[in-house]
Design a protein around this ligand. Structure first.
Ligand SMILES: Cc1cc2nc3c(=O)[nH]c(=O)nc-3n(C[C@H](O)[C@H](O)[C@H](O)COP(=O)(O)OP(=O)(O)OC[C@H]3O[C@@H](n4cnc5c(N)ncnc54)[C@H](O)[C@@H]3O)c2cc1C
Length: 374
């Protein structure tokens, strides 16, 4: 038995960041992914490294650390596409602006690099905003990465190391101390096993299966779309004020004064997030549905709603939509930031970072490894 070999199950961003951290620490990694290439939440998201919305305290600290790590990772994996472009959340109502002022005035407002803007300030921070806005919240600490190329680029940076073995198309079917069996019957051994299954919460038996069955997590399904290239470069990512209904940073007194949400917002958990991809297209979402079983189809009227919101902020028509998809993430339902447990000696399960998993994954991996080597 190689005492410094880890078997990692799951090739999403959480598993991949744990692999990166393992190689950095001198471990050998056998990395299993069920699909021919990762196809789940980690490639379906906005790529937002979203510091502005993090809860004060441990969650914000983890977000700030993760942002530092993303920037460093991008230096040796250019396909990560890290851009420190910041974000503007737009307000069209006095109560929305008041909540922005409340969050910016908190002691951690400086760490988030928050500035409250009037309408002209919004237009000068992001000249692509040509719709009617009363003001907005600029967060210079927000950033973006490219979900379509992050995982491949990080794996490419690891391939240079003789210590990393990538095994796509291998579904782990049994996991126990020091041993993972995949669906072909192959046995992979390591002194440590990390299981990062994303939303695949069933299918692994034994203690890991029981832990995932009992974990305080739930799944959420989101609708997204992508336009062709926009005619101009957007200076920042954009959000509408409905986003403040969901992100814990805005869980302040002023949230109660926000206007009544539109029926679709209340029913589908809608908000506008708009991110420009490195190639110029706009990734736009999203919606939140928790009741399972999830629909197999996407709802066109929600795309109409998102398009209307985006065009209202931009003050003109969107480029044609060229791709639509839904994605599922897993989030903890208690006050943890993500779920980690050790159901068998030397076996660690990590999942459940919810809509902050892309943001936090490098720091989550660092925390896991810090805990393992203490
Ligand atoms: C639409 C959408 C938008 C989002 N936007 C953002 C955002 O902008 N910013 C942000 O911070 N977060 C965002 N998130 C959340 C973020 O994408 C997730 O938290 C994160 O990707 C979870 O990563 P993961 O590796 O745990 O899961 P996944 O990406 O689901 O990866 C898990 C992998 O494990 C593999 N696997 C599972 N079981 C096995 C097995 N038995 N054997 C082998 N392989 C297995 C799966 O095939 C999969 O590839 C978004 C999520 C969605 C769905």
């Amino acid at each position: 038995m190689d005492r410094q070999q880890v078997v990692i199950v799951g090739g999403g961003v959480v598993g991949t960041m744990h692999a990166l951290e393992a190689v950095r620490r001198g471990w050998r990694v056998v990395h299993l992914e069920a699909d021919a290439g990762p196809r789940r939440a980690s490639v379906r998201n906005f790529g937002l490294v979203w510091v502005s919305g993090r809860a004060a305290g441990a969650e914000l600290d983890l977000g700030l650390r993760a942002r530092e790590l993303w920037e460093a990772i991008a230096a040796s994996a250019p396909g990560v596409g890290f851009r420190a472009n910041g974000s503007v959340t737009v307000a069209t109502d006095a109560a929305e602006l008041a909540l922005m002022e409340e969050v910016a005035a908190r002691p951690d407002g400086d760490a988030r690099e928050l500035t409250v803007l009037d309408g002209n300030g919004v237009r000068s921070a992001n000249p692509a905003v040509r719709g009617p806005v009363l003001g907005g919240l600029l967060c210079r600490r927000d950033a973006v990465v490219e979900p379509g190329t992050v995982l491949g680029s990080v794996r490419e940076s690891l391939r240079g190391s003789a210590r990393y073995q990538w095994l796509p198309g291998r579904r782990a079917v049994a996991v126990e101390t020091e041993t993972v069996v995949d669906h072909t019957g192959a046995v992979h051994r390591g002194s440590l096993v990390l299981v990062c299954p994303g939303d695949a919460l069933s299918g692994l038996g034994g203690a890991v299966g029981t832990a995932l069955d009992r974990a305080p997590v739930r799944r959420c399904r989101l609708q997204m779309m992508q336009t062709g290239p926009a005619p101009e470069t957007l200076a920042t990512s954009l959000a509408d004020a409905d986003s403040m209904r969901y992100y814990p940073a805005f869980d302040l007194a002023g949230r109660l004064d926000l206007p009544e949400p539109a029926p679709a917002t209340a029913q589908w958990g809608m908000q506008l997030l708009l991110v420009q991809r490195a190639a110029g297209g706009l990734t736009i979402g999203d919606t939140h549905v928790y009741d399972e079983p999830f629909d197999f189809a996407v709802e066109e009227h929600l795309y109409d709603d998102l398009r209307t919101r985006a065009e209202r902020v931009l003050g003109g028509p969107l480029p044609p939509v060229i791709r639509r998809w839904a994605g599922i993430y897993t989030g903890v339902t208690d006050d943890r930031i993500y779920y980690r447990s050790s159901p068998d000696p030397g076996v660690v399960v990590v999942t459940g970072p919810a809509g902050r998993g892309m943001t936090l994954s490098p720091a989550i991996a660092e925390e896991t490894w810090e805990g393992l080597t203490q």
